[in-house]
Design a protein around this ligand. Structure first.
Ligand code: HSE
Length: 397
């Protein structure tokens, strides 16, 4: 491994919740020998807790500064972030980003640029905040044959769902507002509640766990906006808890990828994961099952993952993406059976081609069915596109 200069001089893009969190964390970690040289922000008129001389509004002030050797990208806009990250890599700087949309949607290009330039791009903070999932998949699970990686990867939806299961819940809108206030939600919370954010993270996990580069559009994705107190009460009657589940699973040579609501059994370790906490359960041939749990959103936890990447750059760390070079990578295949709960109108429920119906409940409060269906058939059914219908998978364990 190469050596890095004694001092890391950081050019920081973005000074929101995570950027400020990183600034604080760096000042409380003096042993790291890293300092923020310049911070590039967009809004000239915002009040900030640092002197104006710390800031610039021109990306070139960082990207072309030869003294800056590490660029940390923490902005919202994935297009602008790609420009910053790719230029920084080409200019010989190491880059750390927390931007899951950027990594998930531009992964192949980012891989190519890393290969061409030899510069390192690290993004531990992009997936599950403080949980060191990417580095574990890269290093610890380098040889053990993973069969499934699943978990709770979005803090905002977990925060909302946790609140909705409480008897004194103030309801969906108030839980979302609280998650926004606490700095967990994206600036456009649609990304959280419609599971786009979870799909981005699922894409990143798939690359590092199974060596496949997929588009987030290939993830079978559905959010939590249609969940009602009725759905919560049915889940509770079934001794289950509603979570937003991300899952990447091998089935022979096929790989299914989903980000969907799930009625997890109350005995599952995922059911007890509350608020903004995330959890990733890994199932592999030799290690069997492991669970990583930690805060998945918020300034401090996300900054801790960025800090860990900055520290790793000091000893020349880079992702090797060894699994991407395998001879026969798995192929995306959603022709697998899943058990689901669906609540909706007769028309919507009838549009789902169930192979088995276990429960078909009709009452004045609504109709719901618990049954089995092929995941790809569910994905293309009219019910799946209907915003009022609530669909959740029923995991076995
Ligand atoms: N909005 C994201 C979440 C932030 O709630 O998980 C962390 O990626």
């Amino acid at each position: 491994m190469s050596t890095t200069p004694a001092k890391q001089r950081i050019g920081l893009f973005g000074f929101g919740v995570v950027g400020q969190g990183l600034y604080d964390v760096l000042h409380r970690t003096p042993g790291l020998q890293a300092e923020v040289s310049r911070i590039c922000v967009k809004d000239r008129f915002k009040d900030r807790p640092l002197p104006a001389s710390s800031f610039t509004f021109h990306k070139e002030d960082i990207l072309t500064d030869p003294h800056i050797n590490v660029v940390v990208e923490l902005i919202d806009d994935a297009e602008a972030a790609f420009d910053i990250v790719s230029t920084a890599l080409r200019n010989g700087k190491s880059v750390v980003t927390a931007n899951k949309r950027l990594v998930a949607t531009r992964l192949q290009e980012l891989l190519d640029i890393q290969r061409e330039t030899g510069s390192s791009l690290l993004y531990e903070a992009s997936t599950c905040g403080s949980i060191p999932i990417i580095r574990n998949l890269e290093e610890y699970y380098d040889n053990d044959m993973l069969s499934r990686v699943e978990g709770i990867v979005n803090g905002t939806t977990n925060y909302i769902l946790t609140a909705l299961h409480e008897p004194s819940s103030g309801g969906y809108a108030s839980a979302l507002a609280q998650a926004q206030k606490l700095g967990f939600a994206e600036s456009d919370p649609t990304l959280d509640v419609e599971a786009f954010d979870a799909a981005f993270k699922t894409t990143i996990i798939a690359a590092h766990a199974f060596g496949v580069v997929v588009s987030p559009l290939q993830i079978v994705r559905r959010g939590i906006t249609s969940v009602t107190p009725f759905d919560i009460s049915i889940a509770q009657q079934q001794l289950r808890t509603i979570k937003l589940l991300s899952r990447v699973q091998l089935h022979g040579s096929g790989l299914s990828l989903l980000a969907l609501p799930a009625l997890t059994q109350n005995t599952s370790p995922l059911a007890g994961v509350r608020n903004e906490v995330n959890a990733v359960r890994l199932t592999a041939a030799f290690s069997d099952a492991q669970l990583l749990v930690g805060k998945g959103a918020g300034g401090g936890p996300t900054a801790s993952a960025v800090l860990s990447d900055i520290a790793a750059l000091r000893y020349g760390y880079r992702y090797e993406y060894k699994k991407l070079g395998q001879a026969s990578p798995p192929v995306v295949n959603h022709d697998v059976e899943v058990a689901i709960y669906v609540r909706g109108t007769n028309d919507q429920i009838t549009s789902i081609p169930f192979s088995i119906v276990e429960v078909d409940h009709r009452s004045s409060s609504g109709r719901y069915v618990i049954g089995h269906v092929q995941l790809d058939a569910l994905h293309t059914s009219p019910a799946f596109l209907d915003p009022e219908t609530f669909i959740a998978i029923l995991p076995e364990d």
